[in-house]
Each structure stands twice: as structure tokens, then as C-alpha cells.
Design a binder for this molecule. Structure first.
Ligand code: ATP
Ligand code: MG
Length: 589
């Protein structure tokens, strides 16, 4: 990562601070408490010194009682402040990442398909989940504590010099060594931290992909090999963490030794002075406490700087994702409603990736209200047509028109609203069947949904389910069969009453009962609407009055079943290899 040079990247910090602004008061309050805590830190040693020198040494019970009470009050105040501080900083951190996550996710849902094509899901998850956590740490564990620690160090050093110049100098003899050790530690921990982050992302990426595809792994007996790959990634993750822990385990004892050395020096030199009557016993005890108070924040500082550093690296990654130029373009102003439904492709050229044309100069017109079927070899570019009408991808040349208006001139949301799509691979959310049909549109009631499901023939199996409409089909709808999912997606389209229908039939073959249901459902959704059916089933093409044959991104033949067969061209070839088999199967069963 490019920002790994410095812990403070003001530009990034400023962007993070934008999210802090709504909680300004919180932030200011924590700063005030931080200052108070830093100011209170040297009070206890000072009170100890007074207790020892002024009261214990002089046998003043009254004074001792008073100072003990004051000490208790100070301790109590410190405790309460500490409590408020911890609560506030953590709350602040959580509030900040709550709104950052929200903003980022709002953006991600508008990312164009090409982003999702090339970014592993695990990477996006890492950004949204664990990278965000480290930003929360900036607040709970980073920036404010750094201020507090720095302040405490300064205050204590000043007080030490104020009380006894010589003793202060002796206490600080080890400081240069400590500084060098801190620097070395900080530098190394930064490098290992970056490693750790990268490894976490890799682990997420791998696990995410393999959990989704576990069936494939099992069916193809790939467990062993995948385990092996996982082993490697898991080991790299472990090693990166161990490396970073190694530096900690080395650094902390070094600091302990240095602080013990300082205390030793004080006891030796100060003790000598005390015996000679040059310094008081109270000062000696106070200095030992000061040294402890001095080394603890210094030791923590290195660590806190890293927390800050980690937060910076994470926020850089997050903002980079945020700034991705992959968002969908939505500059159209025209609201697509009450459209008649004429669809036209005019000399459309399209490629998912550079110089790999998928559609080549594709042109066709579907008049409003007409139903057209498209057939073609696998990979011909049929599903691609859907992606383009929907503007999931932008075309490179030519134009796509609905009602003679270029689709880029329509507002994107309104455009998608008038197009109803049944995808080849039906995706259901892990939510009730009702929500899967209504898609969180509260104007669609449960009884409406049930009615539609009855019409599409899906109700028959849904009514058998224990929870009926409330049944949850699991992640991606995996607990239902492909045919059942298709029927539900027909209902989904009907419920939203679109003016255009695009249907990408599932490639998998279906039994005759489901076939019958699908034919009925197809008739129902296409009735009175312009519809484009990407046909994979024989019954569909036989029923179609107009069939377009697609090959390598072009329409090469057109007509109905009979006329196309008579051409003895690509269609009749396709029919012979693809649909004939189905026909044979059908008559056989
Ligand atoms: N997201 C994508 N990124 C890059 N290439 C893609 C993407 N989606 C599809 N392709 C490529 O575009 C070509 C056309 O794919 P498309 O899905 O349109 O085929 P299809 O005609 O629907 O095939 P099928 O009958 O198997 O569903 C294929 O060569 C495919 O590899
Ligand atoms: Mg397809």
C-alpha cells in the first residue's frame, strides 16, 4: 500500500473526520477527558511524596488521614474518567464505522457489473468488515490515546525536572535507547501489519469462494487438493501474525529492562543521596512511580502509532474502493413509464473485455406487444442481450432503443422498473417466499402474492411447505429445485407488472409436469406485453410466431419454426442437435 510510509496521512484523516463531525460533541468531550486524565497522572506520586515526607516521617496522623482521603478521591475521579473515556471512545469508533459502512455499501450497490466481474467477493467483504474494524480502533485505541500518552509524557518529564533536576537526568538516561528500540519496533511492525491485512483478505477470498462452491469440490473429489491450497493460505496467515507478535514479544521486555534500569539507577543514586540526607525518601518513591508512569505510555505509543497506521492503511483501502469509478452511469432524465414497449437494437457492438466482441453489429426490432424467441448456440451472446437492455453493462457502439428512445436517456431505476426479467439462473434471497416475490415492496400484499403464485402454478408446492409463504428457501434459494425457483421468479415478475418481459429459460431440462406449468406461466407473463424469450425449451420455440437465430453476436436467420427448418441452415442444424433430442425424450416418456 502506498500510504504505508507515515502514520499520519492528513488527507485520509480528514476524510475520516467527515464521519466524526456528527459526533463533534463526543469527540470534544473525549479530548477534554483525555487532558484531565493526563493532568491527573502525576498527582498520585506527588501525593505519595507529601504523605511520606510531610506526615509519615513527622508522625502526623491527622494529616495522613487527610491525604489518604484526597488520594482516594483522586483515584475515584481517575476511575470514573477512565470509564467515561472508554465508553465514549468506543462508542465514537462504532458510530463512525457504522456510517462509513453505510455510505460504502450504498455506493457498492450502485457499482457496475464489471466491478463484480473482476473483484473477488472476499476482497469486498474484507473492506466492509475487518478493514472497518481497524478504523474503529483509530478512535478507541489510536488517535486520542496518542494525544493522551504524549501529554502524559511531557507533563511527567516537566514535573520530574521541576522536583529534582539531577534525579530527573538520571531517570532519563535510558531514554535514547528506548527511542531507538521504539523506532525499530514501529518500522517492523508496520511491515508485518500490512502482511497480516493482505493475508486476511486472501483467507476471506478463498473461504468465501470455496464455501459457495463446496458441492463442486465434493462432487469432483477435490477436497484433498483444495485442503492443500487452504493449508498454504492458512499458514501464510499464521506466519504473518506470528511475525508481528514476535516483534511485540521482543519489544515489551526490552522496555521493561530499560525501565527497570532507570529505577535501579534512581534507587542506587537517590538512595545514596537519601542516606546522606541530600534527597527525601518521599521524592525517591515518587520518582520510582514517575518512571513507571513514563515508560508505560512510551511503550504504548509505539503500539498506538501502529493502530493508527493500521487504521490509515485500512481507510486508504476503503476510500479507494469508495472512489472506484465503476459506478453505474445514470444521467438519463426521462422517466420510463407507460411505455408501449417497442424494443430496437441498432448496430450494437459490445465486448465485456477489450477486443473480444460478443455482439457484432446486432440489429433487430421487436414491435410493441410482440413476442419473439431467440435461439442460438451456447455462448452466442443471448444472455448478454439481457444485460445490455438492463444497462448492467454499457455498449461500445450503436444504440438500444425502447419506444424509439435511447435507453441511456431514461432514468436507470425507472428503466429497470418497466422491464421484467426471469433469469436463466434464478437467485432467491434467504428470506420468506413472500418477500422473494414482493421484493420488499410493501404495496404488494400477501394475498396478492398468493393469488399470483396460484396462477403461475407455484402454489401447489408452496402450500405443501410447512411455513407456506413464510418458507425460507435458504441462501441463493438452494433449498428449492431449479424449476420451483423459476416458477417463483415468474411470480416475481408478474407481481411487479412490468411493460416488457425478458425471459432467459433455464438450460436444465424439466419434467413434463413442470414443463406444462412453465408453458402456462410463460403465456401468462408474456400476454399483452412485448417479450423477448431466450428459448432453451422445445415447446417455447414451437409456440413462437417469430424466432431469431443468433450466432456469434449476430442474428443470422429469422422466421417461425417451419420456415426456419425449411431453410436448412443454422436453425435446422441447431434443432437437430439440440432440440431433437428433447423431442425424442418427450415422446419416449
Ligand atoms: N461477465 C462477463 N465477463 C466477460 N465475459 C463474459 C461475461 N458474461 C459472458 N461472457 C462471455 O460472453 C459470451 C456470451 O455469453 P452469454 O452469456 O451471452 O451466452 P448465451 O448465449 O447466453 O449462452 P447460453 O445459451 O449458454 O446461456 C460468452 O463467450 C461468455 O464467455
Ligand atoms: Mg445464457
Amino acid at each position: 500500500m502506498s500510504s504505508s510510509g507515515s502514520a499520519f496521512n492528513w488527507k485520509l484523516l480528514k476524510r475520516v473526520m467527515v464521519f466524526v463531525m456528527p459526533f463533534k460533541l463526543f469527540f470534544i468531550l473525549t479530548i477534554i477527558i483525555t487532558l484531565a486524565l493526563a493532568a491527573l497522572a502525576p498527582v498520585m506520586p506527588w501525593l505519595t511524596q507529601i504523605a511520606l515526607d510531610d506526615y509519615i516521617a513527622k508522625d502526623e496522623m491527622q494529616g495522613l488521614l487527610r491525604i489518604t482521603l484526597i488520594m482516594s478521591a483522586v483515584l475515584l475521579t481517575q476511575g470514573i474518567l477512565q470509564y467515561i473515556y472508554t465508553t465514549l471512545t468506543n462508542r465514537l469508533g462504532q458510530e463512525v464505522i457504522y456510517s462509513m459502512r453505510k455510505t460504502l455499501f450504498e455506493r457498492i450497490v450502485r457499482f457496475s457489473s464489471s466491478y463484480f466481474d473482476k473483484t473477488p467477493v472476499g476482497i469486498t467483504i474484507t473492506r466492509l468488515v475487518s478493514d472497518m474494524e481497524t478504523i474503529a480502533d483509530i478512535f478507541s485505541d489510536g488517535i486520542i490515546l496518542i494525544i493522551s500518552d504524549l501529554l502524559q509524557v511531557v507533563v511527567i518529564i516537566v514535573i520530574m525536572f521541576y522536583i529534582d533536576f539531577k534525579l530527573a537526568c538520571i531517570s532519563l538516561v535510558t531514554l535514547p535507547v528506548l527511542m531507538i528500540a521504539t523506532r525499530v519496533f514501529q518500522k517492523n511492525i508496520r511491515i508485518t501489519f500490512n502482511d497480516v491485512r493482505t493475508q486476511v483478505a486472501r483467507l476471506n477470498e478463498f473461504i468465501q469462494e470455496h464455501l459457495t462452491a463446496m458441492r463442486i469440490v465434493q462432487i469432483f473429489n477435490r477436497e484433498e487438493q483444495e485442503m492443500h491450497k487452504f493449508e498454504k493460505i492458512n499458514a501464510s496467515h499464521r506466519d504473518a501474525n506470528i511475525r508481528s507478535i514476535w516483534f511485540y514479544s521482543l519489544f515489551f521486555p526490552v522496555v521493561e529492562i530499560l525501565s527497570a534500569t532507570s529505577i535501579g539507577l534512581i534507587v542506587w543514586y537517590g538512595g545514596g543521596s537519601a542516606i546522606k540526607g541530600l534527597a527525601s525518601f518521599g521524592i525517591l518513591v515518587a520518582f520510582i512511580q514517575y518512571i513507571n508512569q513514563l515508560f508505560r505510555p512510551i511503550r504504548q505509543l509505539a503500539d498506538k502509532f501502529n493502530t493508527l497506521q493500521m487504521g490509515m492503511v485500512s481507510s486508504e483501502r476503503i476510500f479507494k474502493l469508495y472512489d472506484e469509478t465503476h459506478s453505474e452511469v445514470n444521467e438519463g432524465k426521462l422517466v420510463a413509464e407507460n411505455i408501449k414497449g417497442k424494443i430496437e437494437f441498432r448496430n450494437v457492438w459490445f465486448a465485456y473485455k477489450e477486443n473480444g466482441w460478443i455482439l457484432r453489429d446486432l440489429s433487430f426490432v421487436i414491435p410493441a406487444g410482440q413476442s419473439v424467441a431467440i435461439v442460438g448456440h451456447t455462448g452466442a451472446g443471448k444472455t448478454t442481450i439481457i444485460n445490455l437492455i438492463n444497462r448492467l453493462y454499457e455498449i461500445q457502439k450503436g444504440s438500444i432503443l425502447i419506444d424509439d428512445v435511447d435507453i441511456r436517456e431514461y432514468d436507470l431505476q425507472s428503466l429497470r422498473k418497466v422491464i421484467g426479467i426471469v433469469l436463466q439462473d434464478v437467485f432467491l434471497f434467504s428470506d420468506s417466499i413472500y418477500q422473494n416475490v414482493a421484493l420488499y415492496d410493501s404495496s404488494i400484499t400477501e394475498s396478492e402474492v398468493q393469488l399470483i403464485l396460484e396462477k403461475t402454478g407455484a402454489w401447489e408446492f408452496i402450500s405443501q411447505l410447512p411455513e407456506g409463504l413464510d418458507y425460507n428457501p435458504g441462501e441463493r434459494g438452494g433449498l428449492l429445485s431449479t424449476g420451483q425457483r423459476q416458477l417463483i421468479s415468474f411470480a416475481r415478475v408478474l407481481a411487479h407488472k412490468p411493460q416488457l418481459i425478458i425471459l432467459d429459460e433455464a438450460t436444465s431440462s424439466v419434467d413434463s409436469e413442470l414443463e406444462h406449468l412453465l408453458v402456462k406461466a410463460t403465456e401468462m407473463v408474456t400476454q399483452g406485453r412485448t417479450s423477448l424469450i431466450i428459448a432453451h425449451r422445445l415447446s417455447t420455440i414451437k409456440n413462437a410466431s417469430r424466432i431469431m437465430v443468433m450466432e456469434r453476436g449476430k442474428i443470422i436467420e429469422e422466421g417461425n419454426h417451419q420456415t426456419l427448418l425449411a431453410l436448412k441452415g443454422v436453425y435446422s442444424h441447431l434443432y437437430n442437435i439440440q432440440f431433437r433430442v428433447m423431442e425424442a425424450q418427450d415422446s419416449g416418456s
